[in-house]
Design a protein around this ligand. Structure first.
Ligand code: GAR
Length: 183
């Protein structure tokens, strides 16, 4: 059973979906956040999951990442799952965990890397949107795609309405892909 460390920055609904599906292929060793007041962090703590909060403010990036790296390794983490973690990891951090970091991104990669994915998909007149789970490399949202799920873009869709439907697919896709990856 692989020990997974989840990095979040906010709500943590994907983290909750990963935690709910844990137990066969993987277990959650730690949930860490760059935002000490992330709602997902409080949820993890009340559900008996070890948590770690480290704000990067006023600290060199290397020092911030060394603290995260140390905590993940001390918890015996073998796979890192980014789940709404809104900070770029340095090339050094990615190299130290090569092939062991997964991310969920709310678009059908390679389309719409970065932010505002749903607004961009609607503005482009796309018929479908979706989400992707991929390996994290030094290229933003650019690593190998492990799985995707699609939803139709409906007439009159707003970015928020679309995001909500894509999010439901994220919660299905991410645990499935993480379990397959861990196995
Ligand atoms: C999710 O939609 C995730 O795909 C997205 O942030 C949201 C986090 O929600 N991630 C990114 O945009 C990464 N660039 P959550 O905190 O409820 O899981």
């Amino acid at each position: 059973m692989k020990r997974v460390g989840i990095l979040i920055s906010g709500r943590g609904s994907n983290m909750m979906a990963l935690a709910a599906a844990a137990g066969t292929a993987y277990e959650i060793a730690l949930v860490a956040s760059d935002k000490p007041d992330a709602p997902g962090l409080a949820w993890a703590a009340t559900h008996g999951i070890a948590t770690f909060a480290q704000s990067p403010k006023g600290m060199p990036k290397a020092q911030y990442e060394a603290a995260i790296d140390h905590t993940l390794r001390a918890a015996g983490v073998e796979v890192i799952a980014l789940a709404g973690y809104m900070r770029l990891l340095s090339d050094d951090f990615v190299a130290n965990w090569r092939g062991q970091i997964l991310n969920i991104h709310p678009s059908l990669l390679p389309k719409y890397k970065g932010l505002d994915t749903h607004a961009r998909a609607i503005a482009a007149g796309d018929a479908v949107a979706g989400c992707s789970v991929h390996i994290v490399t030094e290229e933003l949202d650019g690593g190998e795609i492990l799985g995707q799920a699609q939803v139709p873009i409906l007439p009159g869709d707003t970015p928020d309405a679309l995001a909500e439907r894509v999010l439901a697919e994220e919660h299905r896709l991410y645990p499935q892909i993480l379990a397959a990856f861990a196995a």
